[in-house]
Design a protein around this ligand. Structure first.
Ligand SMILES: NC(=O)c1ccc[n+]([C@@H]2O[C@H](COP(=O)([O-])OP(=O)(O)OC[C@H]3O[C@@H](n4cnc5c(N)ncnc54)[C@H](O)[C@@H]3O)[C@@H](O)[C@H]2O)c1
Length: 318
């Protein structure tokens, strides 16, 4: 059996899918989360190689214990407050996203964890950036979520240089899947989910919003393949990746190709549109491809088809 992984935020949308992938690959997984129940883990909760530890990232002792007691080799640090929640309470976002990341890095340092994988975000970029951003573009986020993720990236790099903690990070766009029904960028998923369920989708963005996205399987693949990338090939600790970049109107048109009856209406919410418009519109994934071979497996049409199929199977939408 291969390594033992701790997934913080492991009962969440992405964490549960990383867990599924690692279990499928024959690895052991410990989920660290505020609760022990979640709709996202119903397909894996019976697996004997899965353990759930209840804890709070804000509590250093609980993070340390989870690492120490479980002989952890790799931490996928996915636990965080996302954009909407972080805007509601910037103070809590600081505690969870910044202090929580510090706790994870300290635990990794103290217990010699071999790798820490951290999902960052396009929300770390702010206004005035080029249309396509690579890793050299300066990050000036205009929202608390982005601010906390920039701090996480820099702290991880510091721990790498100062203590040799093998921190690796990938900046994600919105992640799309049938499970993804809340959050600022969730329109990218809901625009497929709602019509696939035969319902009208009244979206909160306007036709021109261009929030890049990727299908969840590609996000999982990015994290797991980065974890196993050859250290000698990595020239940086934080990577941008290839994304799907289209406007909301273009996504709606693509959905209608597969669901001709789809009804999608635009009722823009000014604040949401303003925040989304400040995020990067497209990412340059050249370095991720050159240095660890990451490419999308799902383009726009494959993503739409995959989500429609999953909705029809009803695993996450019932
Ligand atoms: N979903 C996306 O579109 C997207 C895009 C870019 C980056 N990311 C990053 O991926 C990671 C996972 O996101 P997700 O979409 O699965 O969101 P999610 O909300 O489903 O998962 C986050 C998890 O963190 C947990 N959490 C929150 N506060 C905690 C605390 N104090 N202690 C322990 N656990 C806590 C939540 O309970 C939740 O299960 C996050 O770090 C997020 O920033 C997500």
């Amino acid at each position: 059996m291969m390594g033992k992984n701790l997934i913080t935020g492991g009962l969440g949308f992405l964490g549960s899918r990383v867990a599924k992938r690692l279990l499928d690959d024959g690895e052991e997984v410990v989920l660290f989360g505020r609760t022990t129940k979640s709709r996202f883990i119903k397909d894996i909760e019976e697996d004997k190689r899965l353990k759930i530890v209840q804890g709070d990232l804000r509590n250093f002792a609980q993070v340390i214990e989870a690492v120490k007691d479980n002989d952890i080799e790799c931490i996928y640090h996915l636990g965080a407050l996302l954009a909407n929640e972080a805007e509601v309470s910037p103070q809590t976002a600081y505690e969870v996203n910044v202090n929580g990341t510090y706790h994870v890095l300290e635990a990794a340092r103290l217990f010699k964890v071999s790798c820490v994988i951290f999902p960052s975000t396009i929300a770390t970029y702010g206004q005035g950036i080029p249309d396509v951003v690579n890793e050299d573009v300066v990050q000036y986020p205009n929202n608390m979520y982005g601010v906390t993720k920039v701090i996480g990236e820099r702290l991880g790099e510091y721990y790498y240089h100062r203590y040799g903690v093998n921190f690796r990070s990938v900046r994600f766009p919105a992640i799309v899947g049938p499970e993804r029904t809340t959050g600022l960028s969730s329109y990218t998923s809901l625009m497929i989910i709602e019509p696939a369920m035969g319902r009208t989708y009244r979206t909160y963005v306007d036709e021109k919003v261009r929030c890049p996205f990727i299908y969840k399987n590609d996000a999982v693949n990015a994290l797991v393949s980065l974890r196993y990338a050859d250290e000698a090939c990595l020239k940086r600790r934080v990577y941008n990746i290839e994304v799907i970049s289209c406007t909301a109107a273009e996504e709606a048109a693509a959905v209608k190709k597969y669901l001709p009856e789809a009804k999608i209406e635009f009722h823009p919410d000014k604040k949401s549109v303003e925040i989304l418009n400040a995020w990067a519109k497209d990412m340059d994934g050249t370095r991720a491809f050159q240095e660890w071979g990451f490419r999308l497996q799902y383009g726009l049409e494959e993503t739409i088809k995959a989500v429609i199929d999953e909705v029809r199977q009803g695993t996450f939408t019932s």
